[in-house]
Design a protein around this ligand. Sequence first.
Ligand SMILES: NC(=O)c1ccc[n+]([C@@H]2O[C@H](COP(=O)([O-])OP(=O)(O)OC[C@H]3O[C@@H](n4cnc5c(N)ncnc54)[C@H](OP(=O)(O)O)[C@@H]3O)[C@@H](O)[C@H]2O)c1
Length: 332
Amino acid sequence: MAEVNRQILLASRPQGAASVDNFRLVETPLKPLADGEVRVRNHYLSLDPYMRGRMNDSKSYAQPQPLDEVMIGGTVGEVVESKHPGFAAGDKVVGMFGWQEFGTSDGKGIQKVDITHVPLSAYLGPVGMPGVTAWYGLNRIIAPKAGETVVVSAASGAVGSVVGQLAKLAGCRAVGIAGGETKCRYVVETLGFDACVDYKAGNLYKDLKAVTPDGVDGYFENVGGEVLDVTLARMNAFGRIALCGMIAGYDGQPMPLKQPALLLTQRLLVQGFIVSEHMDVWPQALKQLGTLVAQKQLHYRESIAQGLENAPEAFLGMLKGRNFGKQLVKLI
Ligand SMILES: NC(=O)c1ccc[n+]([C@@H]2O[C@H](COP(=O)([O-])OP(=O)(O)OC[C@H]3O[C@@H](n4cnc5c(N)ncnc54)[C@H](OP(=O)(O)O)[C@@H]3O)[C@@H](O)[C@H]2O)c1
């Protein structure tokens, strides 16, 4: 049994773009388990864009990540020791242990998962927080009707890939926006979207117009900036925009809207949301997403960095689009 836990702490707050210097790797002795506790060996760590926001000490929907503490994050792993009646060694669990190799819990905040039909890592992606985010924004905000056109940005990513596939299952025309030809090809050929526009090449407005001949009824926004401006200009009257993320501005870039009057003239609904504030939908969403993944009707892709020490690089890369699908770190 290991006696040392390797952990990554937030060492300093970024000024502008985050860098590897904002993180510190430490080794901490593992304390013996107390009665009622469970020890988990984390197998995968989830890296998510929201972590960038937590690194700042600014007003937001959540408290900032404290300095010199283990970086927050979702994890999946295996119980290696238990003094808790509800858990046994060998159980697979999902939790929020953060950027570290081992987690210790009193049983709260961890749930057992079944890996018979759904791979363990998928509980951090399509059958986890990103999947539920897609499900909520699409079903509860955009509420698409068959035949409508739904556009999603960051379309090859953890959230966006699920949005478009669920929109297709709802009978919609699904159009992605993604960075680069390879990601766009994957979005159409593997994920089954009707079209995908590469925002890094060509003329975004012209290209989006060409693949949304009937305009856009629902827009699932992950990016902000120019991508939002252009999609706004394609919205139909009474369109719905699920404002999920604005990653183009996470380092503090200003993001003025070019044509805010469209919100009025097109009578648009724009609703921001935070998935952790809608826990009531999680069981329903996870059940549907788990079934779709088990039946191979929902496709997903993962970018996997190896080893805790590579988490900061992988995280910074994900913020710049170097990931291709859900960004994970494999810890064992
Ligand atoms: N509201 C909520 O509760 C909630 C929950 C989860 C996630 N989110 C948000 O959902 C979005 C997607 O998250 P995810 O976990 O699925 O990440 P992801 O899409 O797997 O990875 C992030 C992607 O963002 C794109 N990107 C980065 N910088 C960009 C820029 N300047 N312009 C355009 N695209 C850029 C990159 O894709 P390309 O290579 O295609 O540019 C990158 O791969 C994020 O904004 C995140 O904050 C919100």
